[in-house]
Design a protein around this ligand. Sequence first.
Ligand code: ADP
Ligand code: MG
Length: 279
Amino acid sequence: RQEFPRPARTRRIAVANQKGGVGKTTSTVNVSAALASHGANVLVIDMDPQGNASTALGVPHGTKDPSVYDVLEGRLTIEQAKQQCPDIEQLEVVPASIELSGAELEVADLPNRNDLLREALDSFLEQSEKHYDYVLIDCPPSLGLLVINSMCAVTEMLIPIQAEYYALEGLGQLINTIGLVQDHYNPNLTVSTMLVTMYDRRTLLSREVFTEVKSHYPSIVLDTTIPRTVKISEAPSFGKTVISYDPRGMGAIAYGEAALEIARRSASVLAAIDSKRGD
Ligand code: ADP
Ligand code: MG
């Protein structure tokens, strides 16, 4: 097995896009699985009440199971709520249950309501005996309290962009929102990574979307694109990532390459975050 370069310190990455169905969850679980399969210690936090990332990673996430909902409400630590992904060593998950949809209202009056996840993650990473190379957070398709908590708990955003006609329309709006979060809540936040998903290299449209996004954000968009494949879409129904479901297929190879690109960019991404801190 090839070992990917490991970052000098923990990279905390929120995978977000207010559009649904663009590949947030698919990218979170498969990038995480690829990184973990190549030597990194990875923690995935599922912040979407739908719990799709928990399903894909094969961990139980019923209302009686420990979840990130208990973490946000202060009943459990991340250490207590996390579970081992059954398929992939070095990959752990804090699952989400449907109850998480109530959290927005339940914590709305707390003065630290935007920082609940950051506080829990800070103390977990500080106290954990194990060192984590990556924490990836799968965000729901909204811009509410769960996404603000996610954006406050990280220094990086990974934005999946579906290769389709309307791809760029929502992007400007998302970048503006991230700017607001930077101004008001988290000055350290950077958009480090964009990943074009459901790419069909036979169509002009896919190539045009890639070229256009790349020309706007040359240093942020990964050169790897994720093809649309049946294996990628059916893996979650077996409680698996495509990395373990179809390890030699196109989908696993593409997510492996995307993960390698992400790993290789660690030094420059961390340096960019540090220079922001210095401002
Ligand atoms: P989001 O989390 O942004 O809502 P998902 O990752 O759940 O998006 O993807 C939406 C749907 O598209 C899911 O059914 C998923 O299986 C499918 N999908 C995502 N990426 C691919 C791909 N590269 N090839 C085929 N299907 C995909
Ligand atoms: Mg999702």
